[in-house]
Design a protein around this ligand. Sequence first.
Ligand SMILES: Cc1cc2nc3c(=O)[nH]c(=O)nc-3n(C[C@H](O)[C@H](O)[C@H](O)COP(=O)(O)O)c2cc1C
Length: 366
Amino acid sequence: MAGSTIGTQFRVTTWGESHGKALGAVIDGCPAGLELSEEDIQVYLDRRKPGQSRFTTARGEGDAVEILSGVFEGATTGTPISVMVRNQDQHSKDYSDIAHVYRPGHADYTFMEKYGFRDYRGGGRSSGRETIGRVAAGAIAGKILETLGISIFTYTKSIGDIAISKVDVDAMDSNALCMPDAEAAKKAEAYLEECMNKQDSAGGVIECVVQGLPAGLGEPVFEKLDAELAKAMLSIGAVKGFEMGDGFAATRGNGSTNNDAFVSDGESVAKATNHSGGVLGGMSDGSDLVFRVAVKPTPSISQTQRTVNEEGENVEIEIHGRHDPIIVPRAVVVVECMAAITLVNALYANQSSRLEWLQDFYNKQE
Ligand SMILES: Cc1cc2nc3c(=O)[nH]c(=O)nc-3n(C[C@H](O)[C@H](O)[C@H](O)COP(=O)(O)O)c2cc1C
């Protein structure tokens, strides 16, 4: 199976299945000298861990990370970093009912058509648990960004039709939905209770804001920053849409309202507004990077649904495994980590964009 690696110079390969022995990632291209402990990664993994509220799957995983290589005496060595999380609470029996039936909205049918085989226990590689490797790698990328003064803030923008009307950072920790608006979170919780009573699920939108990025990140033309971010985000299971800045809403405006005026204080150039979301021509423009991803409702629902089995017969399906009634809150940290991985790659690539930067760097080494 190809396609498990993302990035060119900061290269991340995720491995493992939902009901196998373990999952993890190999990160190649992390510079030597970055202080790194298991705790640094654990903090991120704990944000995506199941079983933390009634709105996430009841699967009781500790998701404790082990660093297998690439770190010595508390710092990275420049060699490949391998990280692993052992699976503990697999209930593979829960899946025997659907071993030969395709779950609507999931990857069962397409895996079977492509490989002639599928791991029906939790979906194998198409499980949300695959994101463990992404989050572990993203935690390391996040640490690199931190050393450069670049920070990422990611949160739930909306669930169903309920959207936040403010960004109150303190409110985010007081609800299980990662919504920075306590009132909206309350309404969203009530809506999710309704969905759960109907044995149904819900979707939503995640917003990500990156601060402290220099202008010029992103490689025209095929490796534009927005194109790379879109690829990274759309590679996350259940993500169905991506937009930068005003995104689709920009189509309803005009050039005069959508353009961001440039302003200068005599020393540096800035933008009066940020409809672009911080990218122009595929390169960061020095303002905040702002993008959103759309996450569909969890496909596995316990309502009776129509489907087809491997023999091609029309059958009904009821899914009784443990599933998230909403994926959004657990995917918030996944979005943040995929952004961090993408940005570290963009930073590396940008180092070779001007001859004088290369000369500066190598002359300093003499
Ligand atoms: C963090 C996370 C958790 C997920 N949890 C579930 C789940 O509990 N049940 C489920 O059916 N799908 C879950 N998914 C979504 C499936 O992985 C995804 O819908 C499936 O692979 C099909 O891919 P697609 O939706 O991108 O077409 C989760 C995804 C993520 C990112």
